[in-house]
Write a protein that binds this ligand. Structure first.
Ligand code: GSH
Length: 314
């Protein structure tokens, strides 16, 4: 655990309308954290982001000095380790919360995204459509508004079933999905519904579930902690001046196939297939860290989860 008072600043690279970033902002709220907000573009190129990550362009990314955390699962593991209370897993909810979060990331989010792009595709600029087509490389259709429009009846059916499951989950008088206290399950389920509600209102099923809407309002009240803006240039300056610490939530360095310094490439399996290449530094059960020397910011360690990523030797 790291002392919250002396720890370096938490710098979140994000943009306001990003659903996955909303998951992390809500985690800052749950843990009552102070953080710095660096707004990155919604569309590539993102030079001030990829200098830190070595190519990864997805949002959000958490920077702590010269340690860079990619993907919300890895970011949340780090936050939980550095700031254990209040926990993202109250009352023994870890297994259940992680499973629900994985479902929300891979089923509920694509469903909500498909509805938004199917119904509101014409509200987004052509540059965004072109960027997301490159980003998904024909392997994921959720950002393809023509394909999503054609699938609207099925997307609507699925969304209502998903909402009914969640509503059942709140049926026992639970204040939050897994009990009396908010957990990671709430944050992970909240952001796709927040995205649907803020783009489409409540007409696409949500209005039929007042209990779910009341739960959304409770999660919304958790807030975002205290975020203060920082420029991308200042964030790069902090990385340049810092040394990677690597102290890390899950780096036990056992049970893996890599040796120190081995040259590795890491790529997401779902969308945004930009590989990050670096030298193996450490790994835990669901974490891996690569060391990079960046011409712009110097020594950097980039942290990823292992599940959901392809890791190959270069
Ligand atoms: N599994 C990733 C998903 C992140 C993701 O897909 N983020 C979206 C924004 S919500 C993104 O990067 N879209 C393309 C972009 O912003 O450039 C995570 O948990 O962080």
């Amino acid at each position: 655990m790291i002392d919250a008072v002396t720890a370096p600043e938490l710098i979140l690279h994000h943009y306001p309308r990003s659903p996955f970033a909303e998951k992390i902002r809500a985690a800052f709220g749950l843990k009552g954290l102070r953080w710095r907000s660096v707004i990155q573009p919604r569309i590539a190129p993102k030079p001030a982001l990829v200098s830190l990550t070595g190519g990864y362009r997805r949002i959000p990314v958490l920077q702590i000095g010269a340690d860079i955390y990619c993907d919300t699962r890895r970011i949340l593991a780090e936050l939980e380790w550095r700031f254990p209370e209040p926990s993202l897993y109250p009352d023994g909810t870890r297994g259940q919360a992680d499973l629900i979060a994985a479902w929300a990331d891979r089923s509920l989010f694509p469903n909500a995204l498909g509805l938004v792009f199917g119904l509101n595709g014409d509200r987004f600029p052509p540059e965004l459509h072109a960027d997301r087509a490159r980003f998904t490389a024909g392997k994921f259709d959720g950002w393809d508004s023509a394909k999503m429009q054609a699938q609207l009846p099925a997307l609507r059916d699925q969304f209502r079933v998903h909402l009914a499951w969640l509503d059942d989950g709140l049926a026992e008088g639970h204040v939050y999905l897994l009990g009396a206290a908010p957990s990671l399950a709430d944050l992970a389920v909240y952001h796709p519904l927040w995205y649907a509600r803020s783009n489409l209102g409540e007409a696409e099923g949500l209005a039929e579930y007042p209990r779910l809407l009341a739960w959304m309002d409770r999660v919304n009240v958790i807030g975002h902690g205290t975020g203060n803006e920082m420029s991308p240039a200042d964030a790069l300056g902090i990385a340049r001046d810092a040394q990677p610490v690597l102290a890390s939530s899950t780096a036990n360095n056992t049970g893996h196939r890599w040796t120190p310094g081995m040259r590795l490439s890491i790529t997401p399996i779902d969308w945004g297939f930009d590989p990050v290449v670096g030298d193996f530094a450490s790994a835990g059960k669901d974490s891996i860290a690569l060391r990079r020397d960046d011409p712009d910011v110097g020594a950097i360690v980039v942290h990823f989860p292992r599940a959901g990523f392809v890791i190959t030797e270069v």
